[in-house]
Structures are given as C-alpha cells and as structure tokens.
Ligand binder design. Structure first.
Ligand code: ZN
Length: 356
C-alpha cells in the first residue's frame, strides 16, 4: 500500500510540472514541402486549413497579420520549394529585404534536415529542454520568482521568424527556435519564460500617465528578459541568420532612441503635448522595448547593478533609475537621462508605488 501511495504521488508531481510541447504543425509543414519538392502545388484550401491551427492564429494576430499574408506565404513557398521555380528563387534571394518571405522560407528549406533532427531531440525529452530554459529565465529573476509554471505550453510553428509569449503559452517559430538553440541552447526559451514569470506591479495609472507608463513597462519587460539572450546574438553568432543577430542593431539604434525618449519624458512632465507610445520609439525600425532595453540592461549588468535590478523587477520606474546610476558609473560614457526626466520618473514612482 505504501509503495502504491508513493508511486501515485510521484505520478501526480510529474503531472503537475509537466509541460506541453506541440510541434504537429511542423510535421504537417514538412508533408507539404515534400509535396512541393515533387512538383505539386498546395491548394489554397489546404494552406488555409493549415493556418487555422490555434497557435498559428495566436501568433499571426499578435503580429497583426491577416489572411492576405497567408496567401502570400503559400505563393512564396511554391517559389522556394517547387523545382520549376528555381531561377525565380535564385533571383529573389539576391535581394532578401525585397523578398523577405522568400528569404525566410528558403532558410526553412536549407535547414530542413537539421530542423527535423532538432524537433526530434527536444520532443524526445521536453522536460530536459524546459529545465535548461528555466535555468536561463531564473538567471534574470529574484529567487522569490524562480518557480516552474504548472501549465505552461510550448508550441513550435513552422512559419515566419519570431517568438511570442502570452498567458501560459510560448509560441516559437521553428526558424527562430532552431537557430537560437543552435547558437545558445535554451536561452531564447529562457527569455520567453521570463515574460511569464516576471512579477508585475499592481497599479493603474491615471489617463494622463497611461502612455508613459506603458512605454516604461515595455522597456522593462523586454530589457529585463534581454539580459538572458541578447548577449549571444552578436555579429559573431554565425549560427544565427544575419537578421537574427540583433545585439548590435538594437545597441546602435538605442543611441538614437534614448535621447529622443529622454526629451519626451521631460516634455511629459511639463505636459507640453500629448504623445503616442510609438513616438517614444522613433528612430528605430523596432518599435518595442528591445532597443532601449538591450542597451540599458547591458550597462546595468556591466556595472554590477543587476542584483539591485532583480529586487525591483515589477517597478518600471526603477529600471530607468538604476540604469542612470549604471550609466553615470560607466567609463565609456553611455547616454545619461536628464535631471528633469529622472526627477519626473521619481515623482511618478512615489505616486504609484507608495511603498518605494
Ligand atoms: Zn521578449
């Protein structure tokens, strides 16, 4: 009886912490590519049905992509995989920026064998994979936030090139997961898990402060998670595609974005005019928190202030204050926010986070 109890307890524990891994759409994708390589087309209906997968739909909506995108994707796949289109493909690959879908899909094509081996590896022991990802996530979290999510789901989808986390679900595109894991196994998963584990402050900004607080939160959200993986996405990371080597791009763009952001924070204090979220990120093609965040986290970490930051990961104001402390210490003289901006952020912090 005792042994039965122990066994059932173990089963329950294993079950509570088991994570789901879904990669069925990748298997379906490779059936379609085999069909194309043989010279057959994919019908609009078949491809539409393929895109109706729940996780693909979540991902497409998050990226703001509709049905017309699906149709462009299907046509581009036919160019990439069908032998009769080889010369069109060769021409398009000369200008990837102009034929972006063709370029991405071709990356799927040239790495298909390795991608299948990669999927077999992680699906044969998903828990070992998650453990590695959790260790990366924990490296940028305070001890009190280091826990495993009971119902987390990881889904790998075979279109596009990005990753997304919402609720309890991480959605990786296969190209992103495969290349990032080849480059630094588990780091990208750690970044996405960080979004799900980072503590969130519980306050509602007044309407006049909504935009600025939203901007600060975006920068904290990506900046804190970028401490995990962006240091591996440098120009020397040859296992990533050139377009996945984000570190330097984000870093260089931040030198343009941060001074602008500083002047908008100061102007917000004076209420000179109303700004939109996107105004704060102008100067870069990337309108999310990565650009300031990668730069700011780099200096926070390099100047030994990461342990301080980890104690306040729910505080979007503190992220800017601790960055400024780091920037002032740093001999290479990175950008320093103005006194006016820092005073305003400090006053907002007092208003909304009274215990601080
Ligand atoms: Zn992220």
């Amino acid at each position: 009886m005792k042994s039965i109890l122990i066994i059932s307890f173990l089963c329950i524990s294993a079950n509570v912490f088991s994570q789901n891994l879904t990669d069925s759409t990748c298997r379906r994708y490779f059936e379609m590519t085999a069909q194309l390589i043989k010279g057959d087309t994919i019908s609009k209906t078949d491809f539409y049905n393929f895109l109706q997968d729940k996780n693909i739909q979540i991902y497409l909506k998050d990226q703001g992509l509709g049905d017309d995108y699906g149709e462009r994707y299907r046509r581009s796949m036919q160019v990439v995989y069908m032998p009769k289109n080889a010369s069109i493909l060769a021409t398009r690959l000369k200008t990837p920026e102009q034929y972006w879908l063709t370029y991405i899909i071709n990356e799927y094509k040239i790495h298909e064998t390795e991608m299948k081996a990669y999927l077999n590896k992680i699906s044969s022991n998903p828990n070992a994979y998650y453990d590695t990802c959790y260790q990366y996530a924990f490296s940028a979290l305070a001890k009190s936030s280091r826990r495993k999510l009971p119902n987390a789901t990881f889904s790998i989808i075979p279109i596009h090139n990005d990753a997304h986390a919402s609720g309890n679900t991480v959605i990786y595109t296969l190209l992103c997961a495969y290349a990032n894991d080849a480059n630094h196994y588990g780091a990208l998963g750690g970044h996405e898990l960080h979004h799900m584990l980072r503590p969130q402050a519980d306050f509602v900004p007044q309407p006049k402060d909504e935009v600025l607080v939203n901007v600060l939160n975006r920068v904290l959200n990506e900046g804190s998670a970028d401490m995990i993986d962006k240091k591996y996405s440098t120009d020397t990371a040859k296992l990533l595609t050139p377009y996945q080597r984000y570190f330097q791009v984000f870093f260089d763009d931040a030198k343009i974005v941060l001074p602008r952001m500083d002047s908008l924070i100061s102007a917000s204090a004076k209420r000179e005019q109303k700004f939109k979220v996107r105004d704060f990120f102008k100067g870069s093609d990337f309108s999310n928190g990565h650009v300031p965040g990668t730069y700011m986290s780099h200096y926070i970490e390099n100047n030994g202030l990461k342990p301080k930051l980890l104690k306040h990961l729910d505080d979007p104001f503190y992220y800017f204050l601790v960055y400024n402390e780091a920037a002032k210490k740093d001999k290479s003289k990175p950008f320093v926010f103005s006194k006016q901006s820092i005073a305003y952020l400090t006053s907002l912090r007092k208003r909304y986070l009274k215990s601080k």
